[in-house]
Design a protein around this ligand. Sequence first.
Ligand code: ADP
Ligand code: MG
Length: 257
Amino acid sequence: MITIAVTNQKGGVGKTTCCVNLSAELGRLGHRVLVVDTDPQGNCSSGLGHDRESSPKSLYDILIDGSDIQDVVVETPWEGVSLVPANINLAGAEVELSSAISRESRLKGALSTVEDLYDIAIVDCPPSLGLLTVNALVAAKRLLIPIQCEYYALEGVGQLARTVDLVRQYLNPNLNMDGVVLTMFDSRTRLANDVVTEVREGFGDAAFETLIPRNVTLSEAPSYGKPISYYQENCKGALAYRDLAREVEGRWLKEDL
Ligand code: ADP
Ligand code: MG
């Protein structure tokens, strides 16, 4: 199993949209995907159609109460996609973890117990660099950083890079910061094109070729609890996430599977 953390401490850049749709596309390609929602807001869980009422357990129970991850995983209606849901209890987890033993590596420990059951774990991070994100960075081999094609696109990326360096030095030497995906791209604006150029110059090969367009259908799908391909299969957003999944597969999965 390869673990990919989708992270950027800036909010609203497309992390959750990326987790939901990349996971669904990888599932459609035949991979067994476990999505882990670490954001107390639970947008990734609801975007995958998870109903909070139906299962009271969440990542909180795994990180804080030591529940078995298999008792928390729920199946989704989407081919190949299982989910460790988040709920609002997680908001307290940062504080509760802060004095706990192995506070940075609890997610890694839990995921190691299901290593043979999934091909890929995709972890949606909250918009902060707190202990929940650190747990994702410690568990992950690859980082996927969505960058929005807007003003201040790279704001915070330097701070993320410093955190990644610290995690690499002390906790997870195997972490690679080599995946950047540009989101909400609008080819008509000069600004968006400038951001693409800047990111490609700065990140080189780490930047994926696929540009995720600004596409209103992508923002509608979560209110139906569906990944884009199950909502409007051939809209621009769906095609883009399909391309991204192929790219992720070619770059990261071939060597790891
Ligand atoms: P984050 O998880 O980084 O906070 P989200 O994925 O929740 O970001 O996206 C923020 C908002 O932008 C959401 O309302 C989402 O539906 C919308 N959105 C995300 N990606 C796109 C896109 N490519 N085109 C249009 N809207 C998008
Ligand atoms: Mg989010």
